[in-house]
Design a protein around this ligand. Structure first.
Ligand code: AMP
Length: 288
């Protein structure tokens, strides 16, 4: 825009700002060294891409806590079983980078599978504690895959702070335990789930839902609230089955810190659920 011969910049993201993209470890290291050169702190948001407003809320929050923000986009094969949706997981690099640019992300790391897992890669992280039960009962490989990739990404990026969503509540507990057990010295920050106006938690996998399924999907959040407000889990399961959910993997009330059973020492409780709507697996959780 030009006014009286003066160039006027819009007051949103500066026009000169560009999110830098790197794909290899040497390029990442060089970019991180550059970001750190003036003593800047680094916030990190690991993702699998197909970014929505939930992811962008994490990036904005990281930006409010740190001088620079790094986002990784990597669909991690280690956390998918052979029967799962690795091949059809939504991918939109150009759209993702544009979204990241709009919220001021400084650097996006887009490694390919062979960058993270070269042929001679033989290590796995196996965890107990919060990794036991719930998701693990249905996806036994999942947290080993998550912990291995998160550990690797943390070593590569070496952030001061990493921001995760409560949407994946068990994952957040697993990452906290990982960082504590291996003395990684990274602050793990969890953010509340961003939802559609009808209560459905934003998820990259919502793109799989047919219009009919999309209309049914908010009943999951409604059912969790009904249980929190005194209803029984059995009644909620019956209601969800009637509404058209094909299979309920679990709806469980747990200790929010250990993710184990509720005990007299439990200080806060979490209600967690995973269930199938057609071919799409939805997860959600609320404080209870
Ligand atoms: P994903 O790309 O699904 O692996 O998610 C990357 C990060 O975004 C994880 O920390 C998720 O918990 C977080 N996330 C996903 N959906 C939401 C949401 N609706 N609200 C807040 N955070 C989310």
């Amino acid at each position: 825009m030009v006014n009286n011969g003066q160039l006027i910049m819009p007051d949103t993201a500066p026009m000169s700002f560009e999110t830098k993209r790197v794909r290899t470890l040497p390029a990442l290291r060089e970019a991180i060294t550059g970001l750190r050169s003036s003593g800047a702190t680094i916030g990190f948001v690991p993702t699998m891409g197909a970014l929505h407003d939930g992811h962008l809320a994490l990036v904005r929050h990281a930006k409010s806590l740190c001088d620079k923000v790094v986002v990784s986009i990597f669909v991690n094969p280690l956390q998918f079983a052979p029967t799962e949706d690795l091949d059809r997981y939504p991918r939109d690099e150009a759209g993702d980078v544009a979204r990241l640019q709009s919220v001021g992300c400084d650097l996006v790391y887009l490694p390919t599978v062979d960058v993270l897992y070269p042929e001679n890669f033989v290590s796995r992280i196996e965890m107990k504690g919060p990794a036991l039960g719930l998701e693990t009962d249905f996806r036994p490989q999942f947290f080993s895959g998550v912990a291995t990739v998160v550990s690797k990404l943390f070593h590569q990026v070496r952030p001061d702070v990493a921001v995760f969503g409560e949407k994946d509540f068990q994952q957040l507990a697993v990452v906290r335990a990982l960082v504590r057990d291996f003395d990684m010295g990274i602050d793990i920050v969890g953010l509340p789930t961003i939802r559609e106006s009808d209560g459905l938690a934003l998820s990259s996998r919502n793109a799989y839902l047919t219009p009919e399924e999309r209309a049914i999907a908010p009943k999951l959040h409604q059912a969790l609230k009904a249980i929190r407000d005194g209803g029984s889990i059995e009644d909620a399961k019956a209601e969800l089955t009637r509404a058209g959910f094909a299979q309920i993997d679990y709806i469980a009330l747990r200790d929010a810190e250990t993710l184990g059973d509720i005990t007299p020492d439990t200080r806060s409780r979490r209600l967690l659920a995973a269930l199938w709507l057609g071919k799409t697996r939805l997860i959600d959780n609320i404080a209870a």
